[in-house]
Design a protein around this ligand. Structure first.
Ligand code: IMP
Length: 452
């Protein structure tokens, strides 16, 4: 395996169904990088940023922006709602974080229009019981237009006349679909256009090709952090299709999205929770419907950053996690929210999927109907009573927590290199001796004192 000291880049991706705590890991690391890149999705993602005693949510702009020296890129594989981007720039300005010269948008990214949002809602309504539970941000319809080759690319933000003409034509098609297919209210095109043109004026100065810039940064020996949004199990091809998002969440897609070769990408750290959560519909073999699930939700404050929806909760699913390690090529795992399991008498981990005919599956099937029929095979592991909350050194974890980490590592086949034991930055430990541990340690100087 390559080391980041050789390569200068690192990738952080979600290893479950999103909301794993990538924001905290990126927040810990980004100050040591010159560049942070987002390569998939749009403002369906979200993380809370803690800055100067205040908290605010960012959905598009990488949280690395709060470090004055960090340059952020939104790459071509993203879908961008220009009004949402303006709103974030304003939020940052209110916090005295300027983005001038430090935030760049690929001219090849695709735009989300207000009619995409309306179509998202109408399509979800039409799916009834089988609805995907999207974030309602217009993500799927925007990617659909991209694949259908009628999408609006971000370079149009710099050409208001062409933008207006293209937007009018596409919004008219969307409105016809809204009215004729879904019997839904059309969007007021003129108002939408006015808002779009206003947002275009603000965002046009951000346009810049991402790939050549990344190559320049790399040539200067500057470190690049690639930040994946959502998670492996929400990936369009490798997730629980069709209950997925519409972008590629796998690390390899960063190369395509940025327009650089795969060699520029670094080792991959997959972020996973010590249990599992999911928002929206779709199969979830380790889900806990009853009080145990409610307990995890309340203890872990499992409500969405973007939509506020309660998250579905369940035990750690080692089958799904092993699959994520394989399809995303994870080199190591960062395990988040271990402290939420403190004080539980016993824990369970899904170690296999039992099929109706009694056979066992040990990986995620391609066919969703198969996944819907499996019953989880559970391994029981004793809990621990001494808290892990706030623990900052591996050796201070209670033996039961150590045993849990070792059990998960045995299932995953890759090491757990970082463990989060609380919401605060310093409530984090790096597991000494694990591959990548020394590199992460040097990139997170604030943890030096805790784990010398
Ligand atoms: P969409 O991305 O809004 O189309 O939503 C598709 C599915 O992905 C739904 O189940 C959403 O709940 C889920 N999803 C999208 N973005 C996120 C995220 O950032 N965290 C967790 N789930 C997400």
């Amino acid at each position: 395996m390559n080391h980041i000291s050789d390569l200068g880049s690192l990738m952080i991706v979600g290893g479950q169904w999103g909301d794993e705590g990538k924001g905290k890991v990126v927040d810990l690391l980004s100050g040591s990088f010159a560049v942070v890149v987002r390569y998939n999705g749009g403002h369906n993602a979200g993380h809370t940023v803690r800055f100067a005693d205040r908290r605010f949510a960012l959905h598009l702009v990488p949280s690395g922006i709060i470090h004055e020296h960090v340059v952020c890129y939104l790459a071509s594989g993203m879908v961008i709602d220009p009004a949402a981007l303006v709103e974030e720039i304003d939020t940052l300005a209110a916090e005295r974080v300027g983005v001038d010269g430090r935030l760049w948008l690929s001219p090849r990214a695709n735009l989300i229009l207000p009619t995409h949002r309306a179509l998202d809602a109408a399509r979800e309504g039409a799916r009834g019981q089988r609805k995907i539970g999207t974030t309602g941000r217009g993500i799927g319809p925007a990617y659909q237009d991209l694949a259908q080759r009628r999408g609006l690319r971000a370079h149009l933000l710099g050409d208001p006349d062409r933008l207006a003409a293209s937007a009018r034509s596409v919004m008219a098609q969307h409105n016809r679909e809204l009215e004729r297919v879904y019997d839904a209210e059309p969007v007021d095109e003129e108002r939408a256009l006015e808002e779009l043109l206003q947002a275009a004026e603000r965002t046009a100065p951000l346009l810049r090709e991402v790939g050549p810039e990344l190559l320049r940064h790399a040539a200067r020996g500057e470190r690049i952090l690639f930040e994946g949004a959502q998670g492996v199990l929400l990936d369009l091809a490798w997730g629980t299709y069709p209950y997925v998002t519409s972008s590629s969440c796998l690390p390899g897609s960063a190369a395509t999205s940025c327009g650089v070769g795969p060699r520029l990408l670094g080792p991959v750290v997959g972020v996973m929770k010590a249990y599992v959560t999911r928002v929206g519909g779709g199969p979830f073999p380790s889900e806990l419907d009853g009080p145990e699930g409610d307990q995890l939700r309340e203890r872990g404050a499992e409500y969405g950053t973007t939509t506020g929806r309660p998250r579905r909760c369940g035990w750690f699913d080692a089958v799904a996690a092993r699959y994520a390690v394989q399809v995303a090529g994870l080199d190591a795992v960062a395990l988040m929210k271990l402290d939420i399991l403190d004080g539980l008498d016993r824990l369970q981990v899904v170690v296999g999927y039992e099929m109706p005919d009694g056979s066992t599956l040990d990986t995620m099937p391609a066919d969703l109907e198969v996944l819907e029929r499996v019953r989880p095979k559970l391994a029981e592991i004793p809990g621990w009573s001494a808290p892990t909350e706030g623990v900052t050194a591996d050796e201070d974890l209670p033996p039961g927590a150590h045993a849990y980490l070792r059990f998960l590592e045995g299932q995953l086949g890759v090491p757990i290199v970082l463990v989060s034991t609380g919401a605060r930055r310093e409530e984090t430990l790096i597991r000494r001796g694990a591959p990548l541990a020394a590199q992460l340690q040097s990139l997170i100087p604030s943890l030096d004192a805790a784990t010398p």
